[in-house]
Design a protein around this ligand. Sequence first.
Ligand SMILES: Cc1cc2nc3c(=O)[nH]c(=O)nc-3n(C[C@H](O)[C@H](O)[C@H](O)COP(=O)(O)OP(=O)(O)OC[C@H]3O[C@@H](n4cnc5c(N)ncnc54)[C@H](O)[C@@H]3O)c2cc1C
Length: 510
Amino acid sequence: MPVYDYVVIGGGTAGSVIASRLTEDPDVSVAVIEGGPSDVDREDVLTLRRWLGLLGGDLDYDYPTTEQPRGNSHIRHSRARVLGGCSSHNTLISFKPLPGDWDEWEQAGAEGWGAESMDPYFSRLRNNIVPVDEKDRNAIARDFVEAAREAAGVPRVEGFNAKPFHEGVGFFDLAYHPENNKRSSASVAYLHPFLDRPNLHLMLETWAHRLELEGTRAKGVHVRTKEGEEVYVEAAREVLVCAGAVDTPRLLMHSGIGPKADLEALGIPVVHDLPGVGENLLDHPESVIVWETDGPIPENSAMDSDAGLFVRRDPASNGPDLMFHFYQIPFTDNPERLGYEKPEHGVSMTPNIPKPRSRGRLYLTSADPAVKPALDFRYFTDEEDYDARTLVDGIRLAREIARTEPLAGWLKREVCPGPEITSDEELSEYARKVAHTVYHPAGTCRMGASSDELAVVDPQLRIRGLDGIRIADASVFPTMTAVNPMIGVLMVGEKCAELLAEAATLGGEA
Ligand SMILES: Cc1cc2nc3c(=O)[nH]c(=O)nc-3n(C[C@H](O)[C@H](O)[C@H](O)COP(=O)(O)OP(=O)(O)OC[C@H]3O[C@@H](n4cnc5c(N)ncnc54)[C@H](O)[C@@H]3O)c2cc1C
């Protein structure tokens, strides 16, 4: 039976950071259990601009959503099955979470996670985070930035991570190498340089399906290797669950850790009743408006969605409350299902809800670990209809931007929803039915005060009521960051590594 000091389940975004930091100490042994293959030498994975081609393919767990009566029931949630996790197939838009995001976490019971305490972890990140390179700045994206600045009345931002902002438009910071369009994912930045460390053991294409506990102490994990062999991997110090916002609660529940009644109903023996597991499912839904352009647009780009806009409609909000990605492609996957055409040449603006109020739930439907869990995001179900109204405001603003030069000169006609759709009701109906996800599920094992019954981990990321086991990934987010979450996940990884080092120095583990 293999025994390592630490067993990291999931060599994804946060897991790569933790494994890398722990193995800086040559006396510490770490096993990484990763469901997917290596990304080393995989040009299809490592080339940022090929991200769209990875979705739905062999390297995607591809989770469906349950029926969404007020939204789009056809959304599929891509989750990467490859070293580096979602940082190996995402668009690598890189935002340090805003001070208001961290402070909200602290107010939600995550003591020690306020903005001031979290700031130093950003500067520790090993990823190459740089603004979209000049050569990658497409002429139409540049003109979107100018038109949005004018129409939305917001400042132009050069380097969104330079200082906190409430509003602004500009080119994103990306975690990439502009000279060759290669990713600076979690695996590239944190694992590739250290693959020869003798104390780092990668178990690739190996699936963790049940945690092993002795009383309240986590001992290890049962895995199935690529060859179909059942192996038990033990942790001498701690188990770190880093399988992401879908697979972390899934693994916990299959191990008997979760809401007692739900587990019993499926015949899963309850090991530890933890009602918050799978609750608080968050996402960043967005809608889309598509224009046909007057002919082809130039082809240069980092990844086809290189610029964006943040607006604060409510001055009392502690951050932006409406966001847009600008796509240099006609993004019509969902509108086409409703009968809309795809123009040969076009662009899209995607109104996005930075702080959505609807809360969903992830749950099991079977005791068989091979059956995918159910993801019920309950999109657009918040009582005040805030989420849907945000999209309606977004479509109206997008139209103003489209009417403004220098963008207006490029655009031939609005394809979806089309200029005849103008009332709030019609716009809301359209916006919700074509809504897609930007793949930011989070919150399903949320962090909170140790007295909070629905918290799954405490502010040291330890699972409530258990020893020797922590969670570090997007599932611990108490609330959604207003900005894209990957940098927040990497910072969770850095902070977790520090918590582990502190615990080891004190001589006691979780
Ligand atoms: C298409 C797409 C685009 C995105 N674009 C952006 C963006 O531009 N900017 C941004 O900030 N965010 C973006 N995101 C979101 C961001 O990538 C994620 O929030 C973040 O990477 C999640 O990190 P994680 O560590 O929680 O999980 P992951 O990175 O998903 O890591 C989980 C790892 O665990 C492994 N795993 C899961 N279950 C098991 C198991 N049982 N056994 C063994 N291994 C297992 C998986 O294979 C995976 O490697 C995007 C996401 C997607 C999918």
